[in-house]
Ligand binder design. Structure first.
Ligand SMILES: [Zn+2]
Length: 402
């Protein structure tokens, strides 16, 4: 056996021996998301992404996980490798590999909590709490890095993190810190919200964060099946229930802030409704939670695939002249360079040919089936879709999608 194969076997046996702590969608959730992304990626992009992953620094073990042999065909092995790499950010938490932990593990990169509380039956956002978790910063950093001229080994690490963080930020409890008298600094994404009876020993406690992280695996137990027999059919069923067409206009390509906002909305409207401290969630709650989780995983997968297609695909040359100067889209508003919880998702009239361009972030828009990076200004916002459509009709704006 080559040294590489021996190392791979050691890595795999260690993973099998330790049940890794759960910090986000668990392994099942992340692999499902990556499976869906893979289906969306073009064959060319799949090749390119795997090729870059294999250039990763040796101490990251990213390349070690690819097994260049086996009975399965090459395409399946590459897909499974890509799926496994969506869990790499959790794999590297394993303390049995202290150097890897030191070089790569970052517990606070997996979430970014917006703080809020229930008050008089409503939800109050708390904007002045200290920042918790760097997931949003890292999404922006890695998304810029894979577009830059950085060397491939750096891009490999960035791809693995992106695969993971895109999934994490679609888990509503990775974006939420619920404040209450018993948790004045937030409940750490539901980790402090116990679902087991009062007095349950610590090692047997279950909490709301765990409930959401492990939702698929608890509803559909694995029973020792391999990924191809377990993950793939689940992911296919999720794609059937939530096809990409269903999200038309809601994919909001590359708009990490908007994706997080959706998670925050779920956290404040659904996740804490109908569930009580120290009580097992009802069947009704479980059903609704599963549905939301599946939708979030589907969205995360499509969005992940789109990012890799956009960055690593052969750029379709969209003639500048075919890009309209004015179009109507949903964007986070007001536009800011940095993230702000005060932004809201608004239907807006955009100017893609602004004459006075302030320092705007670049944003990718789907125009005529092509992803185009553009700077833009917001000329005005609309209160309703109907108002926007009427404005479009009156002003001959043809590119309208929400
Ligand atoms: Zn995570």
């Amino acid at each position: 056996m080559t040294q590489r194969v021996i190392r791979a076997l050691i890595v795999f046996s260690v993973i099998a021996a330790f049940s890794l702590p759960i910090y986000a969608w668990d392994e099942t959730g992340h692999k499902i998301t990556a499976y869906i992304a893979w289906q969306r990626m073009t064959p060319e992009v799949r090749e390119k992404v795997v090729k870059i992953l294999l250039t990763a620094p040796e101490d990251s073990d990213i390349s070690t996980f690819y097994l260049p042999y086996g009975s399965r065909n090459v395409e399946s092995r590459k897909r499974e490798y890509f799926m496994l790499m969506a869990t790499w950010a959790d794999i590297i938490r394993d303390k049995a590999f202290p150097v890897r932990v030191k070089n790569y593990d970052h517990g606070d990169w997996h979430y970014n909590n917006a703080f809020w509380k229930f008050e008089k039956g409503g939800v109050v956002m708390l904007d002045n709490m200290p920042k918790t978790g760097l997931a949003m910063d890292k999404l922006a950093d890695f998304s810029a890095l894979i577009r830059s001229s950085a060397p491939d080994p750096e891009k490999a690490v960035a791809i693995a993190w992106l695969e993971h963080l895109i999934g994490d930020m679609h888990q509503p409890l990775h974006a939420s810190g619920k404040v209450s008298p018993s948790t004045p600094e937030g409940d750490r994404g539901g980790n402090a919200f116990l679902l087991t009876p009062k007095g349950t020993p610590r090692d047997q406690q279950e909490n709301l964060h765990w409930f959401w992280d492990s939702i698929i695996a608890r509803n559909i137990p694995n029973n020792d099946k391999c990924d191809a027999d377990y993950i793939d059919p689940i992911a296919q069923e999720i794609m059937r229930l939530f096809p990409a067409e269903k999200f038309k206009g809601r994919l909001l390509p590359g708009d990490f802030e908007a994706w997080k906002k959706e998670s925050v909305t779920f956290a404040t409207t659904e996740v804490y409704r109908g569930v009580e401290f120290f009580q097992t969630p009802s069947d009704k709650y479980k059903k609704k939670a599963l549905e939301i989780a599946q939708e979030r995983m589907a969205l995360a997968g499509y969005r992940m695939g789109d990012i890799f297609n956009e960055v690593f695909g052969t750029k379709q040359s969209v003639s500048e002249s075919t890009i309209p100067c004015k179009m109507i889209r949903k964007v986070m508003y007001p536009i800011t360079k940095t993230s702000s919880v005060k932004q809201t998702l608004e239907i807006a009239l955009l100017d893609l040919c602004p004459t006075q361009v302030a320092s705007r972030p670049m944003y990718s828009f789907m125009i005529d089936g092509n992803m185009v990076m553009k700077e833009y200004d917001v000329l005005r916002t609309f209160k309703t879709e109907a108002e926007a459509r009427k404005y479009a009709a009156d002003n001959k704006i043809t590119d309208v999608s929400f």
